[in-house]
Write a protein that binds this ligand. Sequence first.
Ligand SMILES: [Zn+2]
Length: 167
Amino acid sequence: MALPSTYADRNCSLARALEIVGERWTLLIVRDAFYGVRRFGDFATQLGIPRASLTTRLKALVQEDVLARDDNGEYRLTDKGVALWPAIRALMAWGDDFYSPKGVKRALHHAEDDGPIDARGRCTRCGDLVEVPEIQIAPGPGFESTGPAKDPVSAKMNAPRRLLEPI
Ligand SMILES: [Zn+2]
């Protein structure tokens, strides 16, 4: 799944990072892990990804220590995985700014004081840089409901919840 490295890539840490998480499915798996998805079957259902592709990508993410697989076979973000949050938040904000005319699809708030979190990850109410487990995520004005969720996992993911809280 990794793209071949080129000579120029050796001095670019963006290229190195993209070798790990530059593939679309991979970054969406990481996103869902932030939303609290932990089980293989739930990743498969949420993403609609072929199971073989999911297996390959989960293995690679575990190998790179982005995800850890526990004794129950559930996947969780490691500290190294959680460190990807600012990149994911920035890409979501970019997508909202340029491709979501009705506003943000997912609104981020500081769980403690319900302050909206700005594009740099700071609470606009208390000024704190909000840690990932303190982030509350909820459908925003740009969120397009596709009707009542057909499965309990989707229903939970689309309700206000804290990041990393298991589904
Ligand atoms: Zn706050």
